[in-house]
Design a protein around this ligand. Structure first.
Ligand code: NI
Length: 441
């Protein structure tokens, strides 16, 4: 019978367990049910407290799959287990637990252990466990001692580099994960541009202050800042929408270097405007990539990547918010594996690299000769900045919305003539002798 698994927080997971004394039918049934429950949940280990029974019983089993290269181990049932010896050598690995669905935690444990206990019939057994088997044994024996994997967290020290809005979700996510301690939020203190508008203070600074984090404002990555960073002894740097190219002498300071969240499927769209550029190209898919930064522009080795379909109607603003959120999620899913060396970065394929460029107001200009497809893409890519506009009869008209009709002709919906408010194109046409039509090729 499949049993219900208790999830954290639950007082039973923290209750002391009793030794198994009777190896009777009741015990056999419980063990069979535990095995069935573990298998039904794709688990590789289960301890009795997790199914609400405060007894010293552990079951575990792992069949290797093609998806990973961990060595398997056979179904093992052990009652009253004790760790007899453990190796001095320790290793860090990401662990999961059926009582913490969907969560991966970095845990440092002795590499090998020798476990003694009784089998399901009460016969003494001794197990030499290494690699994954050793880890599962230790994790499950922890459960019998009311210890959970979260008790092993040793937070990694992180320095967060960000100025623009794209990093806000990531900062929030890192800050709410107990596996990370944000030692400093480094942000540009100069008056900065955000989507074309000048703003006084970095949105990252505002959020960091709200979260009670240490804010380091900089105007350059100078020697003084280098000293400051060294003093923090960070394990890792995270850079996202920062506005500075980080030089080698800085990205070599954190033990694990500095990782970057980039809103494109690298090596495509390196550089400053990956989101707009993918829309302008009519790309069918987009995504986010986590890289370890090197001296080039977005050219460092890839830690992970998540793809997303680029919906026809998505404009810059929608895609920006979507990828900011996706980037935060991907980073949190990736870091534990990177920080335990379980994930090896892979180099980008230089031959497939492409670059995005900075846009100016001028890029938003179209003429009556601009192909309709290009006009429509520009409206999406350049929303809200720099916008799409056309100069006709000494009048600058911004086109704010358009769509293709069934005949694939571009129909203008909304415009904003210079010095006036936004209006329906039909209303505009009545007042001006101007027709906005764009060729279909
Ligand atoms: Ni567990």
């Amino acid at each position: 019978m499949k049993l219900e698994i208790l999830t954290d927080p639950n007082p039973i997971l923290r209750k002391p367990t009793e030794e198994v004394a009777r190896f009777d039918m009741e015990l056999q049934t419980l063990i069979d049910d535990m095995v069935e429950t573990m298998r039904a949940n794709d688990g590789i280990g289960l301890a009795a407290p997790q199914v609400g029974v405060s007894k010293k019983i552990v079951v575990c089993e792992f069949e290797p799959t093609s998806k990973n290269d961990y060595p398997g181990f056979p179904l093992t049932v052990i009652c009253n287990p004790k760790i007899k010896t453990k190796s001095n050598k320790e290793c860090k690995m990401v662990e999961g637990c059926l009582s913490f669905p969907g969560i991966g935690i970095m845990v440092k444990r002795p590499k090998d252990v020798q476990v003694v206990g009784l089998d399901r019939y009460g016969k003494p057994i001794e197990i030499e466990a290494d690699k994954l088997f050793s880890r599962v044994m230790q994790h499950e024996i922890d459960h019998l001692n009311s210890t959970l994997m979260i008790d092993h967290i040793e937070a990694a020290d992180i320095v967060f580099f960000s100025t623009g809005k794209f990093g806000l979700k990531t900062l929030e996510a890192l800050n709410s994960d107990p596996q990370y301690r944000i030692r400093a939020v480094v942000t540009d203190s100069k008056k900065l541009k955000c989507r074309g508008k000048n703003i006084e203070s970095s949105p990252v600074k505002e959020l960091a202050k709200k979260l009670g984090l240490n804010v380091v404002e900089i105007t350059s990555l100078d020697e003084e800042f280098t000293k400051k960073l060294k003093k923090l002894k960070p394990d890792l740097g995270v850079v996202i929408d920062f506005g500075y190219i980080i030089p080698k002498y800085l990205f070599e300071i954190p033990k694990f270097g500095i990782v970057n969240v980039h809103p494109s499927l690298l090596p495509k769209y390196r550089g400053p405007t990956p989101i707009q550029s993918s829309i302008l190209d009519g790309a069918k898919k987009t995504g986010v990539t986590i890289i370890k930064i090197d001296e080039g522009v977005d050219s460092g080795p890839i830690l992970s990547q998540a793809e997303a379909r680029l919906t026809k109607s998505a404009n810059f603003e929608i895609l920006y918010d979507y990828l900011a959120e996706a980037g935060a999620g991907l980073l949190l899913d990736t870091l534990p594996y990177y920080l335990t060396h379980e994930l090896k970065p892979t180099n980008q394929n230089e031959a497939k690299a492409s670059y995005s460029k900075m846009f100016t107001k001028k890029d938003g200009e179209v003429t009556l000769q601009t192909p309709a497809v290009e006009v429509e893409r520009k409206i999406k890519a350049f929303y809200p900045w720099p916008g799409v506009y056309i100069n006709l009869n000494n009048l600058t008209i911004q086109i704010t919305a358009a769509h293709f009709d069934r005949e694939k002709n571009l129909v203008i919906d909304r415009v904003k003539p210079a010095g006036k408010g936004e209006m329906n194109y039909d209303d505009f046409k009545r007042g001006h002798k101007i027709l906005l039509t764009f060729p279909n090729s």
